[in-house]
Design a protein around this ligand. Structure first.
Ligand SMILES: *Cc1c(COP(=O)(O)O)cnc(C)c1O
Length: 422
């Protein structure tokens, strides 16, 4: 199936007389005929359902769909994108380990990695997203267990050279984890470029309608965990009656371990109803992504033409930062998100934004409706000036998330904003 068809048909195929639409299975638990049946479920938890803290039939359909869209072997949904980032790292790093992350990533992830994981004894080694292969290779330590980056960084919109980062990770025997939230599998499938694990905040384009927070982790099933660096995968898990993940679940050991160990213990699984809503978003993902890209390119060209922006970052736009990498990794477009800095810095940015009528001020991005955010005073407010610069953010920077309204209405609204700046 082509990806447009997968958006509609993967994950759920009703049998004769069953509901056409994936039902919401609103049950915390599942009934079995005998104690033996329950024992069998524990022996192989991938075969039947135990408890909705870590698996549910509705969510299972969505997991299968997203795994298919990304070209992965298996997936696990989480209750937020943050939970996906957290579990993706904790699944292979423990106190005393380190991992490498691109410094141009989502502000919430910068905090999680740099502050909270540090408290847990896991070190994040920051590397600039445009590091040369040599610089990247030099950042590895003996205890480095993973490499992390974002396809299209929120909000800096830097494009990750996935192939090069995957090569460096593999040369050191560790997986590349890519946060593909902004691109979605419609615009880029990182596994095809060498990524081993893909994560998403499904709260953004996948959901698309700003109705539920969620995340997902996808296992490509391709990484070789048996190179000696990952005893957590290759030695018996005493907390799960001695299962060796790479032996028993070689098709996707990473995701089975994440579910049976971490999801069991942390319990950040989405509700069935949220998964039902997420699935509605996924069904139209391909149509929406193409329209977001078309609208945003027209808006980016308009902003550039006003001469009132210091710069416009929209990698699909000729002359924008990241254009060369975007041509390679994101040939269909670079989502609906544009970042630009208005001349006049922080004050001008605030004046511009407060005069908009159609675009609303929201702590969100990738909404179906156009919205704007001032990163320096919102999502990235907790970062130091140094971290702000590293994340590619200045005082005048505006993150504009172009929606699916008629593009002429969006541009008219921005015109009013620019008029305020004289
Ligand atoms: C929003 C976002 C997150 C966090 O996701 P939540 O669903 O808000 O927890 C992680 N990564 C990226 C790239 C994001 O845009």
């Amino acid at each position: 199936m082509k990806i447009e068809t997968q958006c509609l048909h993967e994950g759920y195929s009703p049998k004769n007389g069953e509901p056409r639409v994936m039902p919401i299975v609103q049950s915390t638990t599942y009934r079995y005929d005998s104690t033996d049946d329950v024992a069998a479920v524990f022996d192989d938890p991938t075969k039947s359902l135990i408890y909705s803290r870590f698996e549910n039939p509705t969510t299972d359909c969505v997991e299968k769909k997203i795994a298919a869209l990304e070209g992965g072997a298996a997936a696990m949904c989480t209750s937020s994108g943050q939970a996906a980032s957290l579990l993706a790292i904790l699944n292979i790093c423990e106190a005393g380990d380190s991992f490498i992350a691109s410094s141009s990533i989502y502000g919430g992830t910068i905090n999680l990695f740099g502050v909270t994981l540090k408290r847990m004894g896991i070190e994040c080694i920051w590397v600039k997203e445009d590091a040369t292969e040599e610089e990247l290779n030099a950042a590895f330590k003996d205890n480095t267990k993973a490499v992390f980056g974002e396809t299209l960084a929120n909000p800096a919109l830097t494009v990750l050279d996935i192939e090069m980062w995957a090569k460096a990770a593999h040369a050191h025997g560790v997986p590349l984890i890519v946060d593909n939230t902004f691109a979605t599998p419609i615009l880029c499938r990182p596994i095809e470029w060498g990524a081993d694990i893909v994560i998403h905040s499904t709260s953004k384009y996948m959901d698309g309608h700003a109705v539920q927070v969620g995340g997902v982790i996808v296992d490509s099933g391709k990484f070789d965990w048996t190179n000696g660096k990952f005893p957590c995968m290759t030695e018996p898990d005493e907390s799960y009656h001695g299962i060796v993940y790479t032996e028993k679940y070689s098709f996707a050991p990473y995701i089975v371990k994440a579910r049976m160990q971490l999801m069991r213990d942390f319990g950040c699984y989405p509700a069935a109803h949220s998964s039902f809503l997420l699935n509605l978003g996924l069904e139209t993902l391909h149509v929406r992504m193409k329209q977001y890209c078309e609208n945003a390119l027209a808006v980016a060209k308009y902003i550039q033409s006003t001469g009132k922006a210091e710069f416009v970052t929209y990698p699909a736009l000729e002359g924008s930062k990241g254009h060369e990498l975007a041509k390679k990794y994101l040939p269909l477009g670079t989502s609906g998100v544009i970042s630009f800095s208005v001349k006049g810095g922080r004050n001008a940015a605030v004046k511009f934004m407060d005069s908009l009528k159609l675009a609303s001020n929201e702590v969100h991005v990738a909404d179906i409706r156009t919205c704007v955010l001032h990163p320096a005073s919102a999502t990235h407010r907790q970062l130091t000036d140094e971290q702000l610069v590293a994340a590619g953010i200045d005082g005048g920077l505006i993150r504009l998330s172009v929606g699916l309204e008629n593009v002429e209405d969006i541009i008219e609204d921005l015109k009013n904003g620019f008029a305020q700046l004289a």
